[in-house]
Design a protein around this ligand. Sequence first.
Ligand SMILES: Cc1cc2nc3c(=O)[nH]c(=O)nc-3n(C[C@H](O)[C@H](O)[C@H](O)COP(=O)(O)O)c2cc1C
Ligand code: SF4
Length: 371
Amino acid sequence: MSSKLLSPFTIRNLGLSNRIMRSATWDGTADETGAVTDRSVAIYRELGSGGIGLIVTGYAFVSHPLGQANPNQYGIYSDVLIPGWKRLVKAVREGGDSRIAMQIVHAGINSVFLVRKGYTLLAVSKLAEVNRPHREMTDDDIEGIINDFTAAAVRVREAGFDAVQLHGAHGYLMSQFASPLFNRRTDRWGGSPENRRRFHVEVVRRIRKAVGKDYPVLIKFGVQDDREGGMSLAEGLETCRQMVDVGIDGIEVSSGVGTSSAVIKEGGSDRPAFRERAAAVKKTVNIPVAVVHGIRSLKMAEEIIDSGDVDMVSMSRPFIREPHLVSRWQRGDIRPATCISCNKCFPILMRGEPLECGEERRLREEANVDN
Ligand SMILES: Cc1cc2nc3c(=O)[nH]c(=O)nc-3n(C[C@H](O)[C@H](O)[C@H](O)COP(=O)(O)O)c2cc1C
Ligand code: SF4
């Protein structure tokens, strides 16, 4: 089958077999230190044989312990973790020609997990309306976290990944810096829009310097907040422009603060809710742009690409249920993804179990009762 969507594409110098991305997906299979386990390797072996152009890992925390968002989340805060990641990359390479990027993150104030463990969270600003124990970061804290992001990106390259992706969406630390709702600082890291994007610009600049000019550095970016008083699209677009100036190579467009649960809940079938804002990013920058959220059919994915709105389409939940969705489409079985966007996969993770499709589990249990 030949279509623009399923034809090769290049990000910087990274050749991809098609324009489909697996968006970052926390799978709850890391051990308590954040290390890759056999279960993680098995998940990525499956994904790697499924024909996906670019697979992005679940988010990996760059600072320990205060960067972690959730239990059994991957980590990339130490060299000790690199051998595990190498195994995972090898499993993907053995499966086919998918390329793989690691997503890296700092949770900031967005970690109920750390609060349950008794930690005081690191916040961009002290917020009276937030009752989780937290304190405002000092200048030294911020410098330390930028160094942690930079060291993590170097480890990603050392572990053999094809690219690194910053998590700049869904209310985690980068979103917190960008958003006036979370960033009420009056120093050079807050106040004006220019100051609220300084963290993004600095992180990208330093990573670019550390990994060299040819290594692909990507970001999943919440280009606007979907909450009253949050960051506007115009501001987000200017941040995109400035990140390109300091070396970002590709932007996957999502949402900022106020939407982390909406991202999970709203994704009905074939309703690409962020398409318009992604098209605005594409008009603003001259690097590849992807859109994520709610895409479920080959027809919709092809239409989005053929329209020129963006360069790549990205999906998460469809690949939980069907890791081989792209190869199925390539074989000519073009029925939409079987994922019904019901989100029954999420409570499984929240209970501390490894990720699986909750709808499949329900159907299995129903069949067992009938037998
Ligand atoms: C179980 C689960 C885990 C997720 N983990 C991450 C993550 O680690 N990093 C991230 O940026 N987004 C994460 N997301 C959000 C997805 O990448 C994606 O943005 C969202 O689900 C919308 O896309 P979809 O409609 O194709 O699922 C996760 C979503 C789900 C359902
Ligand atoms: S439980 Fe299965 S069908 Fe429901 S959203 Fe998750 S992957 Fe899709």
